[in-house]
Design a protein around this ligand. Structure first.
Ligand code: ATP
Length: 293
């Protein structure tokens, strides 16, 4: 299977402070990838390196089989602050997109603008935050990119607009086969659309893989209080919580856990992500993941 993004020992430092540390990933093409982690984990840094806006301090990165290229027509990028040209109208943005991108799909762009109810004559600086995000996404997908990078694309959207945005994204991906890497704190949203997950915590990759496989191999086990180090059996303890008499562990194990000493339950994506992030959250320095339900 071809890869959309491959990194090897990718590292980015600002002075002595690491933003990404020794990040090794192989993200297969054709997936919708959720990039999750606490504030400051390195998600934007990774996306900016992949789209060629930032150069790494060390390590290697390959994007669609080559070096990252800033402004590549093959890569659509919507940055966290959904930059638009405030003095340009919506129609100007489409004209600019058409001018800069050889594979520009003008019919797709116009149809989206129409469906979203954006006035082509409206200056982008007068749009709401959510409308700006929709315009930025429209420009990114009308490029017909092979890889779409979205940095918290739904953060500014109301719940209905968020749902419509994700629905539109899924329809576009199903029709185009574009690979997508999307960062978000809203894991319930990611659960609806992503089939591949990357969790970054404090500049490092904590876990990565296909969502289905991750959910099948992570379990919550509850039983009499125990020392997680004694669990054994090839089971990796991701997170442990104890009362005086009881332990609740999130463990990774490819073999089924068939032990009468424990109650074993499956976990959802949000619980899985929180288990990997909990060390950071318990440190009290990071915003606790927003729970949407
Ligand atoms: N231009 C910069 N100069 C110095 N430090 C930076 C710069 N950009 C990012 N950092 C630092 O790099 C680390 C990673 O930041 P990054 O923006 O990649 O995190 P993030 O996971 O996207 O966070 P968030 O969820 O808050 O958007 C943070 O510690 C941040 O302070």
């Amino acid at each position: 299977m071809t890869s959309a993004v491959v990194t090897e020992g990718l590292t980015k430092r600002y002075g002595r402070r690491p933003a990404l540390s020794d990040c090794t990933l192989d993200i297969p093409a054709g997936h919708v990838v959720g990039l999750v982690g606490p504030n400051g984990a390195g998600k934007s840094t990774l996306l900016q390196i992949v789209c060629g806006l930032l150069r790494p301090t060390a390590g290697r990165v390959t994007v669609l089989g080559g070096d990252p290229v800033s402004g590549s027509p093959r890569v659509g990028f919507v940055a966290q602050d959904t930059p638009v040209y405030a003095g340009f109208t919506v129609a100007d943005h489409l004209r600019l997109g058409a001018h800069l991108n050889p594979a520009w799909d003008d019919a797709l762009a116009r149809e989206r603008v129409d469906r979203l109810g954006l006035d082509p004559a409206q200056k982008a600086g007068k749009l709401s935050g959510g409308q700006r995000a929709q315009l930025a996404l429209t420009v990114a997908i009308a490029k017909r990119p092979d890889l779409l990078l979205l940095d918290e694309p739904v953060a500014a959207l109301d719940p209905l607009a968020r749902r419509e945005f994700l629905q539109g994204l899924m329809e576009y991906v199903a029709e185009s086969g574009t690979s997508v890497v999307m960062s978000s704190h809203l894991v319930a949203d990611l659960e609806r659309v992503c089939d591949y997950l990357v969790v970054l915590v404090r500049s490092r990759v904590r876990v990565t893989g296909e969502v289905e496989e991750l959910l099948a191999t992570h379990h919550r086990i509850t039983g009499a209080r125990l020392d997680p180090a004694t669990l054994g059996g090839g089971r990796q303890v991701v997170h442990a919580r104890h009362t005086d008499v009881q332990s609740t562990l999130v463990v990774r194990s490819s073999a089924p856990i068939d032990d009468p000493a424990f109650t074993v339950d499956g976990i959802d994506l949000e619980d899985l992500v929180l288990a990997y992030m909990s060390e950071a959250a318990e440190g009290g320095r990071d915003r606790v993941l927003e729970k949407q339900r």
